[in-house]
Design a protein around this ligand. Structure first.
Ligand SMILES: [Zn+2]
Length: 283
């Protein structure tokens, strides 16, 4: 049975780093893993600095290269988190300047994808916390640009969003239509199981974090139309915030042993990853 962790981070500055994360994942039965960019300040940078954005993208690409070298299927998703928008707003940047900066981060990500160094953009999106309306609107404008550029270069997009069920799904789908996005290329990262059917119906790709209490069990009652993720952040100061990729692999194995779902069920989930990241599977 093959296991694909659709969204994980690795950071040797705050935690184990990609090499150890990938090794442990593989040992636990992992097959593929997508490494997603962290925050610029999680690798020592500061918000609003393109030089640090580039370092961040390089770091993410390196993580996925390490995983590939160890025999895993892997790809890098590069971009700037909505928390960076919030940080810039707090630092007194005006909205025009923030938007311009975010667009430049998207254009840089597009270059990585066009050159074959990254498979997608992310995580872009909106604050998951209660943010002011202006900030959410700004994030939505950036998001439309993200989706349009993703279509241009054939990138997958990992979206970081609030968890408001169908309301969130519908709002993303509307932006996707405006941006003429490619169906099956927009991943709703960290989605809650109850929003999965609506996301699928609207051509979005749901990705469920299986570390959250009760949600894995809830997910197993759904058709296997989603992806699974650890959302590991590899930060020693925040242990237990999410599960590591190797726990994702062993949790899946245990679920099969306990008869909660069949191997066939998880194979179909793996095949969903193949559909989203066809290019990685051809390498
Ligand atoms: Zn993440």
């Amino acid at each position: 049975m093959r296991v694909f962790d659709n969204h994980a981070h690795a950071n040797e500055i705050t935690g184990l780093g990609a090499e150890e994360v990938a090794k442990r994942f593989k040992r636990a039965g992992g097959t593929g893993i997508i490494f997603v960019a962290l925050l610029t300040w999680s690798i020592g940078g500061s918000p609003g600095d393109m030089a640090w954005v580039e370092k961040l993208y390089e770091h993410t690409v390196r993580n996925s290269e390490i995983a590939k070298r160890l025999g895993l299927i892997s790809g890098a998703v590069v971009g700037v988190h909505p928390a960076e928008c919030a940080a810039l707003k707090d630092a007194g940047w005006d909205e025009g300047r923030i938007k311009e900066f975010m667009r430049r981060t998207v254009d840089l990500a597009a270059r990585y994808v066009a050159e074959g160094r990254a498979i997608g953009f992310g995580e872009y999106g909106r604050p998951h916390w209660d943010a002011d309306r202006r900030l959410v609107e700004l994030c939505n404008e950036v998001l439309e640009y993200v989706l349009a550029r993703a279509r241009d270069v054939g990138a997958v997009v990992h979206l970081h969003l609030e968890r408001k069920g169908e309301e969130t799904v519908r709002s993303v789908a509307e932006i996707a239509v405006r941006a003429n996005a490619r169906p099956g290329s927009i991943v709703m990262h960290h989605i809650e199981p109850r929003a999965v059917p609506a996301a699928r119906e609207l051509g979005l790709v749901p990705s469920i974090p299986i570390g959250r209490r009760g949600e894995f069990e809830e997910a197993l009652r759904l058709e296997p139309v989603y992806l699974v993720e650890s959302d590991y952040i590899d930060d020693n100061r925040r242990p237990g915030a999410v599960i590591p990729p190797w726990s994702l692999a062993s949790k899946i194995k245990r679920a099969v042993e306990r008869g909660l779902a069949s191997e066939e069920y998880f194979e179909r989930i793996f095949e969903n990853a193949r559909a989203v990241y066809a290019a990685l599977f051809r390498e």
